[in-house]
Design a binder for this molecule. Structure first.
Ligand SMILES: Cc1cc2nc3c(=O)[nH]c(=O)nc-3n(C[C@H](O)[C@H](O)[C@H](O)COP(=O)(O)O)c2cc1C
Length: 337
């Protein structure tokens, strides 16, 4: 339960260091994933190591101010002693999704007052309901709207705080990819993250890393490459083809928690023996956060991801499902007593 009194934490604290992307070499970001990468997962994955920054699940901005408790719910790290950082000290950006520049700006300014070290703007969400309400990837159809949205936020957020944009290569086709990058830069984005697919391509392989290279060539701001990195070898190829120094990893990190460490040459792939304690910790923390039903559904979700790397996770997944079936059968029988 989020305590509304937490709003006493309002602050005008400092943002990410200006040199964040330029200090100490290549950076790896944990991708925002709605319904997956909540604070429990952020804590766990950043705790493994190798991740330099993470981003909240998107928070939708419609025509009203977002209540403080929503910010605290989706970015509980704002309430930690070291605001807007995970338990191990990894900075967290608050991601907003919307289309009205003024509303986006006002809500971004509020997130910063509450302690966010920076704001990320979502121009990539492919969900039909979101796009129908003029949000996410819809704005890619007209790069001027990307520019206006970024500017609306940049104008109201202190210069000490980063404002970044996360896009795809386009909506239905890739014809505007360079214009999209230039629009984000013109609006004042500190950097741009590109998921190397159009909205219509959804999550279908392959990711078109070569288009990221063209977007990078079109702007001076740093570009972060994203899409379909499952192994250190994919990481290397993505950076080579895109010409980028920095990467964002999503599903690959969930399937292989040591992936960021491996990409940086800091570890071999973790064994199941190393990963298993994380699974127990994950269940405990998810249950403490939102109760047993939530924990069990998140456990199955994560085990499915881990199954891509570890056969032991697939076995555990089947066991959990079996236990659930047995207990619901028992419950049904009890109900007829
Ligand atoms: C279930 C799911 C939820 C996602 N939610 C978000 C989101 O809230 N904000 C966002 O910018 N991207 C979101 N994405 C896109 C990811 O951040 C990332 O761009 C995409 O998964 C490609 O990277 P990957 O191949 O490394 O996973 C989501 C992706 C998935 C699969």
């Amino acid at each position: 339960m989020i305590n509304r009194e937490l709003s006493v934490f309002v602050t005008s604290g400092s943002g990410l260091s200006k040199n964040f992307l330029f200090d100490q070499g290549p950076k790896i970001f944990l991708a925002p994933m709605e319904g997956v990468v909540d604070h429990v997962t952020r804590d766990l994955i950043t705790g493994v190591g190798g991740v330099d920054l993470c981003v909240t699940e998107f928070i939708r901005v419609l025509d009203q101010s977002i209540p403080d408790h929503v910010f605290f719910r989706d970015a509980i790290e704002l309430t930690f002693e070291q605001r807007s950082h995970t338990a191990n000290g990894t900075p967290l950006l608050v991601q907003l999704l919307g289309s009205d520049p003024k509303r986006l700006g006002e809500n971004a300014a509020r997130a910063v007052e509450l302690g966010a070290v920076g704001i990320d703007l979502n121009f990539g969400c492919p969900a039909k309901t979101v796009n129908r309400h003029d949000g996410g990837a819809t704005l890619l159809k007209d790069p001027r709207r990307v520019e206006a949205a970024v500017r609306g936020v940049r104008d109201l957020v202190p210069q000490t705080h980063t404002v970044s944009a996360k896009t795809r290569l386009g909506f239905s086709d890739k014809s505007l990819h360079r214009e999209i990058a230039q629009a984000a830069e013109a609006g004042g984005a500190s950097w741009l993250t590109v998921h190397a697919r159009t909205r219509d391509e959804g999550y279908r392989p392959p990711a078109h890393w070569e288009f990221i290279a063209a977007m990078k060539d079109a702007v001076k701001i740093p570009v972060i490459a994203n899409g379909d990195v499952w192994t250190p070898d994919d990481y290397k190829r993505m950076l080579e083809i895109s010409g980028c120094q920095h990467a964002m990893l999503g599903r690959g990190l969930l399937a292989r928690p040591s992936l960021a460490l491996e990409c940086k040459g800091l570890s071999e792939m973790w064994t199941w023996g190393q990963v298993r304690p994380l699974v127990s910790q994950f269940v405990k923390s998810s249950e403490a956060a939102r109760g047993p039903r939530f924990a069990s559904s998140r456990l199955k979700q994560w085990l499915k991801s881990l199954s891509l790397t570890y056969t032991e996770a697939a076995v555990l997944f089947e066991k959990v499902k079996r236990i659930e079936t047995l207990s619901s059968e028992l419950f049904e029988k009890n109900a007829t007593w």
